[in-house]
Design a protein around this ligand. Structure first.
Ligand code: NAD
Length: 216
């Protein structure tokens, strides 16, 4: 596989390069906030950067007829619109969290929330001090899975790759469901899975749940 990487000089960009090069995949297009280096035709473009990069990313996918794997968070409706348009032409996998654990959690959280419909629920998330957005994209995914108004508390400290706790409580008891990403490698491994899924796939808008569970 030949791939392009938007955000190649960033923390996630470095992780993606490590994981993809271990598989022998070749980086042929590198983009960051300072410019682009294009040295070949990518089969897929991976984007872990910033919402402001989305128009450029979409343009590159069109130029090379390349599928897209995008993990950038804090996207607005205008960005989703561009991605949905692109997905009519090439496969696009978008997820605010490329870990297996969080996506398994999302699967059962909706059911749990229904069973605990009269319990209070809040989300606490903690990330490293350099993270630009709050709440995290993952906290938004968890909130959507819970399916009701959920206060989200965001901590920004130290080097935490990503902790999320969903806390359900009634007057007599508390249930806490916690996910901890031990390193960023887990997200890069998920992006790798998604990039392999994209190759040879028909155009469409997919999530990481589709990659893992076949779109159930
Ligand atoms: P970072 O600040 O370390 O790196 C950001 C990269 O994006 C840099 O290379 C920077 O030059 C580039 N960039 C910024 N603006 C750009 C622009 N307009 N055009 C092109 N490139 C641009 O950030 P990070 O920790 O690597 O995270 C990057 C993104 O990935 C964030 O949105 C973060 O929330 C997200 N993220 C997603 C997941 C997931 O599983 N979906 C996991 C971790 C991080």
């Amino acid at each position: 596989m030949r791939y392009g990487l938007v955000g190649y000089s960033g923390k996630m960009g470095q992780e993606v390069q490590k994981v993809f090069s271990e598989k022998g995949y070749e980086l042929v297009v590198k983009v960051d906030e300072f410019g682009a280096i294009e040295e070949g035709k990518p089969d897929v473009i991976v984007d872990f950067s910033s919402p402001s990069a989305v128009p450029k990313t979409v343009e590159l996918c069109r130029k090379y007829s390349a599928g897209l794997v995008i993990g950038t968070t804090a996207l607005k409706e205008e960005h989703f619109q561009l991605l949905r348009e692109l997905a009519k032409e090439v496969p696009v996998v978008q997820s605010y969290n490329f870990s297996i654990g969080v996506n398994v959690l999302l699967k059962f959280l909706a059911d749990l929330s229904k069973v605990l419909s009269d319990w209070d629920v809040e989300i606490v998330e903690a990330h490293h001090m350099f993270k630009k957005d709050a709440p995290s994209g993952t906290a938004i995914l968890l909130k959507n899975a819970v399916g009701r108004e959920v206060p989200i508390h965001s901590l920004r400290l130290g080097g935490i790759p990503g902790d999320h706790v969903v806390v359900f409580g009634n007057v007599g008891e508390v249930i806490e469901i916690k996910h901890r990403a031990i390193s960023r490698t887990v997200f890069a491994l998920g992006a790798l899975k998604a990039a392999e899924f994209v190759c040879g796939r028909k155009p469409g808008f997919y999530t990481f749940k589709d990659v893992l569970f076949g779109g159930e």
